[in-house]
Design a protein around this ligand. Structure first.
Ligand code: GYE
Length: 348
């Protein structure tokens, strides 16, 4: 297996080629109107046209609006962005929205007021943050979305912002569902721990999972509730749901942090996570891989947080006048008992 950083760097190299070739194996791109898996009725819409231009410079001043910094995934993403900016001699203005939509909109507004060259935005949720994208566009500042999408009816890649760089969340959920159908022989009582309500990975990881278990009458979601992608919330929500559903046989968590919280709650309730209750998840963080090695987590689809090289690569392509694909999709590995232990060292 390769280490995730090298894997993403390779993806970047492939994607960089794809910026001129546009379509190439290993870097899936969509047309500007596709906007990814999740859409929804918006309240405002972008003006169409093209994103604001970016003048080519030796060094840039860019903003990076991070949504929250309360878990290893976010810290790894921030470190990847900071490291890449430092390597290039670009200035990165970093903000942490502490999981608040209002603060994140204010953070973007402040970057606009500082006239940064470009804003990298990791948006909390699809609809409120689409407004921030349109605000930056109106101020003639290009935006690149990282790791989560905004509502495609409100703002479109290639028109209102440059591109979305991130994982295929529908596919992640689908891979977990398919693994589970096999592992359980199509019989399971599932508690689903959803990510932040209104966030694209939560919407799409649910959609992909639902699709994979559809047509399997023995696969039953007995409860599905948001736990905000956070460990302690995952623990609390599982604790409560276990009281009403002691017959649960699977916990599907939309990220590792919530899975780790669920594992604590299962243990506190006298269950054996990984054995009498299977636990499956997404992210591939170090603690998640350790939980697989310890036999408490069964399957984990990676969601790579190493965006620095590909994000700044897209900035360069855009400033250089190349056509940037509407979506730059990161390809993710998966972990189980066969490979988790040897992947811990290269994880985050
Ligand atoms: O899975 C989760 C994080 O948006 C892809 O958000 C990201 C998700 C990631 O907080 O751990």
């Amino acid at each position: 297996m390769t280490n995730p950083r090298r894997h993403l760097v390779r993806t970047v190299a492939v994607c960089t080629l794809a910026l001129s070739a546009l379509l190439i194996a290993g870097c899936h791109t969509n047309g500007p109107t596709s906007g990814g898996g999740s859409t929804g009725g918006g309240t405002a819409s972008g003006g169409g046209g093209t994103p604001p231009p970016l003048t080519k410079k030796a060094h840039y001043v860019v903003g990076f609006s991070q949504v929250v910094s309360n878990n290893p995934w976010r810290i790894a993403e921030t470190n990847s962005m900071k490291a890449e900016a430092a390597k290039r001699g670009d200035k990165l203005i970093f903000t942490d929205a502490t999981d608040s939509e209002a603060k994140q909109i204010a953070d973007v507004t402040s970057m606009v007021a500082q006239h940064v060259d470009l804003i990298f935005l990791a948006p909390k949720s699809e609809k409120p943050l689409a407004q921030a994208v349109l605000k930056a566009k109106a101020a003639n500042i290009p935006v690149i979305l990282l790791d989560r999408r905004v509502d495609a009816d409100m703002a479109k890649p290639g028109a209102d912002y440059v591109t979305f760089i991130g994982s295929d969340f529908v596919d992640q959920g689908k891979r977990v569902g398919q693994w589970l159908v096999k592992a359980t022989g199509g019989k399971a009582k599932i508690i689903e721990m959803e990510g932040t309500a209104g966030a694209s990975p939560a919407i799409d990881r649910k959609k992909g999972f639902d699709g994979a278990i559809a047509g399997q009458p023995g696969m039953q979601i007995i409860a599905s509730q948001p736990a905000d992608f956070a460990r302690d919330k995952g623990r609390q929500v599982t604790e409560t749901l276990l009281q009403a559903h002691p017959d649960v046989s699977v916990v599907y968590a939309h990220n590792d942090e919530m899975a780790l919280g669920a594992i604590s709650a299962l243990e506190a309730a006298g269950k054996t996570p990984g054995k009498d209750v299977l636990v499956v998840s997404i992210d591939g963080e170090k603690y998640g891989l350790q939980a697989i090695a310890d036999g408490k987590l069964n399957y984990d689809v990676q969601s790579s947080p190493f965006f620095g090289p590909v994000a700044f690569g897209a900035l360069d392509s855009y400033a250089g006048g190349q056509k940037v694909p509407a979506d730059i999709v990161v390809h993710d590995k998966a972990y189980d008992a066969a490979n988790a232990r040897q992947e811990i060292a290269s994880s985050y």
